[in-house]
Design a protein around this ligand. Structure first.
Ligand SMILES: NC(=O)c1ccc[n+]([C@@H]2O[C@H](COP(=O)([O-])OP(=O)(O)OC[C@H]3O[C@@H](n4cnc5c(N)ncnc54)[C@H](O)[C@@H]3O)[C@@H](O)[C@H]2O)c1
Length: 322
């Protein structure tokens, strides 16, 4: 599907990944409306695209707002969510409410107004403690260990059912840890904050040996556009549903990541480990080892491969935050 001239509603478009997606969609010639309640996003992130987009401050779980914005849209890129995996330990309801309920409202709105294409940002955490690494899209059974992962998987299931029942074309992007400029949360932001407060000592959740893939936001958004552009969609009234992993081709452990961040800050702090979960994960619900197979996206055709490895992505992110 081509993007030029398409009318696209981007929920969560003022967030970290959302604002990069908006910049890219505008560059592709799409006509973009951003819907964001600024619970986690910042209006200033939309500065590069200001003048080329419409920004609406509002909640995408709100039927009235959706009924105002959805008529005439060609697609919804639904990124709005509670992205904080760790908060599931203390506030599981927020994940149900901001992920499952809100996504259901978006789907129902799309059904009412016959908007047929949905781009959804899911997560590697749907795989849980995967026994196959790097994990391909067809891996199963999907048994998330975090409430966040469970709620994203529930969203995927709802979306698949709307594709099967109401003719929706859906893209489900399962991201590794996305990092880059405008990051507002996650381990790099956390380490920079801690090291600014105490340059001598760095607290690391878990045992520091959690091994994960970190992908630069620019590679992430390029992958999304690549998939939307090159995935063949059935003609006629039938819907379709397309899961794609997006990650880097390698992974790094948390101690290495901590050293990269500290080096960017020209510091050599002492590490203090919290122990975390029984398996060495940072907290209960943290997957200790994560890597995603991205061959499905690469095989769609030339034009996409992650240009940055995990260490490079972390370095660039730390630099952009300092
Ligand atoms: N950052 C990652 O590593 C990562 C990994 C996997 C998946 N994801 C997913 O990617 C998407 C974007 O994540 P992000 O890291 O950019 O987080 P973010 O918090 O920067 O972006 C989410 C945006 O959604 C907005 N929002 C939240 N609830 C809303 C609501 N009900 N109505 C309107 N706006 C609302 C927030 O204000 C924010 O701007 C999320 O769906 C997240 O679950 C992120």
């Amino acid at each position: 599907m081509e993007l030029k001239g398409k009318r696209i509603l981007v929920t969560g478009g003022a967030g970290f990944i959302g604002s990069h997606a908006v910049d890219r969609l505008v560059a592709e010639g799409a006509v973009v409306t951003v819907l964001d309640n600024l619970s986690g996003g910042r209006e200033e992130f939309l500065a590069p695209s200001r003048g080329n987009i419409m920004f609406v401050r509002g909640d995408c779980g709100d039927k009235t707002t959706l009924d105002r914005l959805l008529p005439g849209m060609d697609a919804v890129w639904h990124l709005a969510a509670n992205p904080d995996v760790r908060s599931g330990e203390t506030d599981p309801f927020a994940h149900y409410d901001q992920n499952i309920r809100v996504t259901y409202e978006v789907l129902e709105g799309m059904r009412r107004h016959r908007v047929r294409t949905l781009v959804f940002t899911s997560t590697s955490t749907v795989y849980g403690r995967a026994s196959v690494l790097p994990t391909p899209e067809e891996y199963g059974p999907l048994l998330p260990i975090s409430v966040y992962g469970a709620c994203k998987l529930a969203c995927e299931a709802l979306i698949a059912s709307f594709a099967g029942t109401f003719g929706l074309h859906a893209f489900l992007f399962r991201f590794a840890n996305v990092v880059g400029p405008r990051s507002t949360h996650g381990v790099i932001v956390d380490f920079v904050r801690k090291l600014r407060a105490d340059p001598e000592r760095l607290e690391i959740l878990g045992d520091g040996r959690q091994m994960k893939s970190y992908v630069l936001v620019e590679d992430t958004v390029a992958g999304m556009v690549h998939a939307v552009r090159h995935t063949p969609l059935p003609a006629g009234a039938d819907g379709s549903c397309h899961p794609y992993n997006i990650g880097s081709l390698d992974g790094i452990d948390v101690v290495t990541l901590a050293n990269l961040v500290a080096a960017e800050m020209k510091l050599t702090p002492r590490h203090v480990f919290t122990g975390g979960a029984a398996d060495g994960g940072g907290w209960k619900g943290d997957v200790k080892v994560m890597g995603l197979a991205v061959g499905k996206l690469q095989r769609l055709g030339p034009g996409w491969t992650p240009r940055h490895g995990s260490a490079d992505a972390v370095r660039l992110t730390a630099r952009s935050l300092l």
